[in-house]
Design a protein around this ligand. Structure first.
Ligand code: BG6
Length: 476
């Protein structure tokens, strides 16, 4: 007997700006990501957009991505063949409100999602919808300062209300902002923030985060008013931070580092800024400007469930000199954990860390969890006969699922698991295609060459077996 509920939501996850393409089709406005190139050239604009956004690059991977915009029927059919119960995807905000500040939505953009929902319904796949996955309209970033400007709350609410009104009948699980804590690490795509060297960066990021938090609570309120069965989740880029050694200073440093992620969920789940935030903000020179009523909004509209991504744990020292040796595996920098192996992109692999993280999050909030991202970004090779033997991915996933099941045995309620990039898509961090997560291979390279044809990898058949057995059979 499987320890997972019969209703466990097995599936995969993608994001509009990494999968759809069609970046200017049917009235869509520019997304933040539409101005980012691939590879090395991406680093500067991703982390420092004020310096690099006016450059012209040869190639913008999001413009066509994997053309999910035109090929979603074929892709969803393949997901159904694997037995998906759920697909997590995001709606592209600039497809619905091209600049972000219009009062009326773009019907052609909505029509695209109508078709997507119809197709999912046809195959019995439940949609899990993220409203904002690194996708604030570029126009809002450029002309309003993105989420730093309080007006963005109203723009977001126009957008969110349109979606709740149109799709509440079809969607149960909504996620407001993808990886809300990423605003501290990649503020451009996280919050539409183009921060100048002269700005007090922490002030800008935390003020913008406050606006996102208020917007998330307001969206929760409106979603429930429209349909009380709507379930609203927050979304954390999770991964427990371990102390570098058992030295008490390292332990305290890990506590503090963990708070950089949990501060957001403390607000979204418990409804208020935690006590430690006072000292934290003081030390950072941050003073959040709130409007009358903000505290009540946050308090009264907390989330129903906690969704999160998990790729790795992290390691922190209490000694600044040691912390200088951190490497940036992804947007998070971490010390190297000698007990862990790493992917070709330097992301450390820690399946047990998933169990640790799930237990920590549940102990803290006592709300159901939902793993909405997890997976291994690696290079794949197609053999002459068309097969793709991605045993490394199967190993990664099976070890993580094993630990996920251990956490459920520990008593953590879990709604589902949607593996990241279930079909190969453009990497958010590097803009590359060769960093692949999928069960389905897409013929496209880093420069945009390739037929875009889809092929099943070995992991495709393995995941099918996992879903069929409701997680009982992880063998490969
Ligand atoms: C998460 C994001 O941070 O990690 C995704 O929500 C992203 O958008 C994923 O794609 C993996 O990161 P990357 O950089 O390998 O694409």
């Amino acid at each position: 007997m499987s320890v997972l509920n019969k209703s466990f939501l097995w599936g995969g996850a993608i994001a509009a700006n990494q999968a759809e393409g069609g970046y200017d089709k049917d009235g869509k406005g520019l997304s933040l990501v539409d101005l980012l190139p691939a590879g090395e050239a991406r680093k500067e604009p991703l982390f420092n957009p004020s310096k690099a956004l006016n450059q012209d690059f040869d190639y913008y991977p999001s413009h066509q991505s994997i053309d999910f915009y035109h090929r979603y029927e074929e892709d969803i059919k393949l997901f159904a063949e694997m037995g998906f119960k759920a697909l997590r995807f995001s709606i592209s905000w600039p497809r619905i409100f091209p600049n972000g500040d219009e009062t009326e939505p773009n019907e052609a953009g909505l029509a695209f999602y109508d078709g997507l929902f119809d197709t999912l319904e046809k195959y019995g796949i439940e949609p899990i919808v993220t409203l904002n996955h690194f996708d604030t309209p570029y126009y809002l970033a450029k002309h309003y300062g993105g989420w730093y400007n309080r007006k963005t709350i109203d723009f977001f609410m126009n957008y969110a209300t349109v979606l709740f009104e149109r799709y509440s009948r079809r969607v149960k699980y909504w996620i407001t902002h993808n990886e809300i804590n990423m605003i501290l690490h990649i503020p451009y795509i996280g919050g539409g923030l183009i921060i100048e060297d002269t700005d007090n960066k922490n002030q800008v990021m935390y003020q913008a985060a406050h606006h996102q938090l208020v917007a998330s609570s307001l969206a929760t309120k409106v979603a429930k008013e429209i349909d009380e069965t709507n379930q609203i989740g927050c979304m954390l880029a999770a991964g427990d931070v371990y102390p570098n050694t058992s030295h008490p200073n390292d332990v305290m440093a890990a506590v503090s580092k963990n708070r950089e992620q949990y501060i957001f969920i403390d607000v979204q789940s418990r409804g208020e800024y935690p006590n430690y935030s006072k000292r934290m903000f003081k030390d950072l020179g941050v003073s959040i400007k709130k409007e009358i009523g903000d505290d009540e909004i946050l308090k009264q509209n907390t989330v129903d469930y906690i969704s999160f991504s998990y790729y790795s744990s992290r390691l922190e020292s209490g000694d600044d000199a040691i912390n200088k040796n951190k490497t940036a595996g992804n947007a998070f920098a971490s010390l190297k954990n000698p007990y862990l192996e790493a992917s070709n992109w330097g992301w450390q692999i820690d399946p047990v860390g998933l169990r640790v993280t799930m237990n920590q999050i549940y102990d803290r909030y006592q709300k159901p969890l939902f793993i909405v991202e997890n997976g291994l970004g690696e290079m794949d090779e197609i053999n002459e006969d068309g097969t793709i033997h991605d045993t490394y991915r199967i190993k990664y996933l099976s070890e993580h699922l094993e630990q996920m099941i251990e956490a459920v045995k520990d008593g953590v309620p879990l709604i589902g698991y949607t593996s990241w990039g279930c079909i190969d898509i453009v990497s958010a961090g590097s803009g590359e295609m060769k960093k692949r997560y999928g069960f389905i291979y897409v013929d496209r390279d880093n420069k945009g060459n390739g037929s875009l044809n889809r092929s099943r990898k070995d992991s495709f058949y393995w995941y099918k077996q996992v879903i069929q057995s409701n997680g009982e059979n992880l063998t490969y």
